[in-house]
Design a protein around this ligand. Structure first.
Ligand SMILES: [Zn+2]
Length: 244
């Protein structure tokens, strides 16, 4: 297979995304990207989106991507907090309707069309046992891309499925812990995805501003194309036209 050519002679690609529309993303996350002149992707939960709608609208107008993350954030019911919206009890029809509903609400609140999706908890199934179904095909139908979570590899630009993008975690990590991932993606000309939650504050899933700063500096220095998930997916689609 021929070498995949990233735009403007870039050696590899990097997309950073943040989930659940947590307020710290507006307060600390987006400003880091603005300072560096890059765009991030935000997979939003709808209640917090509504609470600071004006600021999210501004972030979108500023070029940051707003993506779909469902309405009810369904994950496995093994999480006690997800028991009422357990993927094990979902159907594909229900998921399809929910994806559409989330798109519609994002449009109402922020005024943009969500082009890509992030699987809540990175989980891609509905149902259980012999009735389990993947909802990746639904995401493939409705979106340019579907972003996963906590994978152990990166995306080969010829091979990867845009509806099932491998994505590593960014929360609670020092730069040194992710530098190896950047180097690995660079050496193979891959599309590296990293995803986090809170930025700089909060308990549990917190991406450090210092880590973000250093990632962006390093990625610029190493000639990464730093872009949103939608822009990366669009580029991939055009490059692979006729091959898929
Ligand atoms: Zn989430």
């Amino acid at each position: 297979m021929t070498t995949f050519v990233w735009p403007h002679g870039h050696a590899a690609a990097l997309s950073l995304s943040f989930d659940d529309a947590r307020p710290s993303q507006l307060d600390f996350g987006a400003p880091v990207f603005d300072r560096h002149g890059y765009k991030a992707t935000f997979y939003v939960s709808l209640s917090p989106l509504r609470l600071r709608a004006e600021e999210w609208r501004k972030a979108a107008a500023n070029g940051h991507e707003i993506g779909n993350h469902t309405v009810y954030h369904p994950c496995t019911g093994n999480f006690a907090w997800s028991r009422e919206h357990a993927l094990e009890s979902y159907t594909l029809e229900q998921m399809a309707a929910e994806l559409d509903a989330a798109n519609q609400q994002i449009k109402e609140i922020v005024g943009v069309e969500a082009m890509t999706f992030a699987y809540p908890c990175g989980q891609t199934f509905v149902g259980r046992g012999t009735e389990t179904r993947s909802y990746i095909p639904l995401v493939a139908e409705k979106f340019l891309a579907g972003r996963g979570y906590l994978a152990e590899c990166h995306n080969d630009p010829w091979m990867c499925d845009p509806a099932n993008l491998m994505t590593i975690g960014l929360d609670n990590k020092d730069f040194e812990e992710v530098q190896g991932e950047l180097d690995r993606a660079l050496a193979q000309g891959q599309w590296l995805h990293m995803a986090g939650h809170d930025v700089n504050m909060g308990k549990g899933q917190v991406t450090r501003v210092e880590t973000l700063d250093r990632i962006l500096n390093y990625a610029r220095e190493k000639n990464f194309w730093i872009t949103t998930v939608a822009e990366g997916a669009r580029y991939l689609r055009d490059k692979r036209k006729g091959l898929d």
